[in-house]
Ligand binder design. Structure first.
Ligand code: SF4
Length: 414
């Protein structure tokens, strides 16, 4: 008997995404060589809107860390950072990025023909996600003789109160003053409102794209989200990102209307919590595809789905997004968020990724998986791995565990 392999239905917007990313990286490269333009590096959930409004081109090093992971070269460069005194247990994005810089390598060379990340004039972090970004930025600040500034919201909050937001808003206002003084700039308030509005619109559209996965079958998976989330981070605050997500949303809505699923004969609907395993995205994606299991929702892709901007104080909106971001909340808030997500997306089982070098974005370390299992009677598989360092991830063992987990879900359907 001849069996026909079931083909994945490609997302049409992917071609447009490739063009968008090419233009973005080429423009960043041009900006870093143009004495009339300035480049700022920013953490992924940092205050990029104010940097754009002040005229900086914004680059996000964590994306570069993810590219190193996807290219499966992190393990090659991490030892170089370790040799420079960085712990092998520290963030593998940071270590691989530092190691690659010390070795003069960047995946941007092959992808776009540029020498590497753009030289920074300024580096801005927010510790709302972790302290690692601060030390990572400090490394490159020293290397390039560039100024490093940061925002430090209160950490791991349950309720976010008005005084928390006032405090963070004050930090953002002070950050603007320091940048203005250092670079001889003046913030244009109307421009800041415009950028925040664009940022919020892209974020809202991104949330709507992710929400289309509530449909049965789901038109996209977590693995599609990992690719298509790039503009909501890299081009946040631009019309380009808004246009992109309008097109992607229309495509996903058409898929829902036509009953097109991301995986064939969708049978199991899963949730992914924690970081992706970048070097093994393809292996994992293919395994779930073959098992007719769609990862319909994830904490990671939703991390850039912020609440809409109401046209009021743009710094207050930024303070809210800085502070309320999932990674910065306490266990109770996170648990409630996950329970809501399981319900919204009709989740049958969840996978928690215990990422060795990112305890900050790992939620299986303080009993949450057990509590959710008990409260919801939802099967949960915890896998050990890492976001970027493949040495901490056993592909064979994990795929076997996933097969057994899907078998367990299958049993529950019988
Ligand atoms: S959140 Fe995790 S992966 Fe991201 S920079 Fe911090 S330690 Fe690294």
């Amino acid at each position: 008997m001849v069996t026909m392999a079931v083909k994945r239905v490609e997302i049409q917007a992917a071609q447009r995404l490739r063009t968008l990313l090419r233009e973005y990286f080429l423009d960043l490269d041009a900006a870093s060589r143009d004495p009339g333009r300035r480049v700022a590096w920013c953490s992924s959930a940092g205050p990029c809107e104010l940097l754009t409004a002040l005229g900086f081109e914004v680059y996000f090093p964590e994306n570069h860390g993810a590219m190193l992971g996807s290219k499966k070269v992190s393990a090659k460069y991490i030892p170089r950072a370790v040799g420079a005194g960085y712990s092998p247990e520290a963030c593998s994005y940071m270590n691989s990025d530092i190691g690659a810089a010390l070795c003069g390598y960047s995946p941007l060379q092959e992808a776009y023909g540029v020498a590497g990340p753009p030289r920074p004039d300024l580096l801005v972090y927010s510790t709302n996600q972790c302290r690692e970004v601060q030390e990572w930025w400090n490394f490159f600040g020293r290397r390039h003789g560039a100024v490093v500034l940061g925002v430090r919201p209160p950490l791991h909050l349950g309720e976010v109160a008005a005084e928390h937001l006032r405090f963070v808003r004050g930090q953002l206002a002070e950050l603007i003053e320091r940048i203005e003084a250092r670079f001889g700039l003046k913030m244009d308030e109307d421009r800041l409102r415009e950028v925040v509005d664009l940022s919020s619109r892209a974020s809202t559209l991104w949330r709507q794209v992710l929400d289309t996965a509530r449909a049965h079958p789901s038109p996209l998976t977590f693995f599609d989200g990992l690719i298509h989330m790039a503009p909501v981070i890299l081009r946040r605050g631009s019309q380009t990102a808004v246009d992109y997500y309008e097109a992607l949303l229309a495509e996903m809505q058409a898929r829902v209307a036509d009953g097109v699923g991301a995986v064939p004969h969708e049978r199991h609907r899963l949730y992914w919590d924690g970081m992706p395993v970048w070097p093994r995205v393809r292996d994992l994606s293919e395994k779930f595809f073959d098992l007719h299991a769609v990862i319909a929702a994830s904490t990671y892709c939703n991390s850039w789905a912020f609440d809409p901007y109401d046209g009021g104080d743009p710094l207050l909106w930024m303070a809210r997004t800085e502070t309320e971001v999932f990674i910065n909340r306490d266990e109770e808030v996170k648990e409630h968020f996950l329970m809501e997500m399981f319900q919204r997306f009709d989740i049958h089982g969840a996978i928690f990724h215990n990422a060795r070098t990112c305890p900050n974005n790992t939620n299986s370390r303080f009993g949450m998986a057990q509590r959710l299992r008990q409260r919801l009677d939802t099967p949960i598989l915890v896998i050990d791995g890492d976001l970027s360092d493949a040495r901490f991830f056993s592909t064979a063992q994990t795929l076997t565990n996933i097969e057994a987990f899907i078998e367990q879900l299958e049993e529950r359907l019988r």
